[in-house]
Design a protein around this ligand. Sequence first.
Ligand SMILES: [Zn+2]
Ligand SMILES: [Zn+2]
Length: 158
Amino acid sequence: MSQEKFDLEEALKKLNDNPTVQKRNGTIKKKNPVKIEPDYRYEACNDSFPCANCGKMILPEGAGTHHRNHCPHCLSSIHVDIEPGDRKSDCKGIMEAISIWVKDKGEWAIIHRCKKCGKINTNRIAADDNPLLLMSMAVRPLASPPFPLHLLESFIKK
Ligand SMILES: [Zn+2]
Ligand SMILES: [Zn+2]
């Protein structure tokens, strides 16, 4: 009985390896012709990869979220999305963390700006983001005010 069973996988493999079929299709088919790309709008990203900006390894664990979208060491990101998680942008520029946005209920988000095309995005902070970098970014405008600080006195005394 088992010998009569039609093995679809084996048959397809033979077909793909058949030079006549390859010639007719105009392409040499690879072993796995159908590769399904993950859709990060709905799926968690579990890859480890080096940061394109600082070179440190970015690991999936520790973020406290399934959608790590920036480096926890330098807070930079890569411009890969048009809509969050869709990976449809061809820009691939480095997105620099430029500021902190405090959302309703006090939640922090990083404002990212693409160094290549200028696109601005916001991303929630992750549990293991470098706290020193987050704080220094948050106080940066206060550390370099656009007017002498003593000017504030006259407003406070009113
Ligand atoms: Zn980095
Ligand atoms: Zn860009």
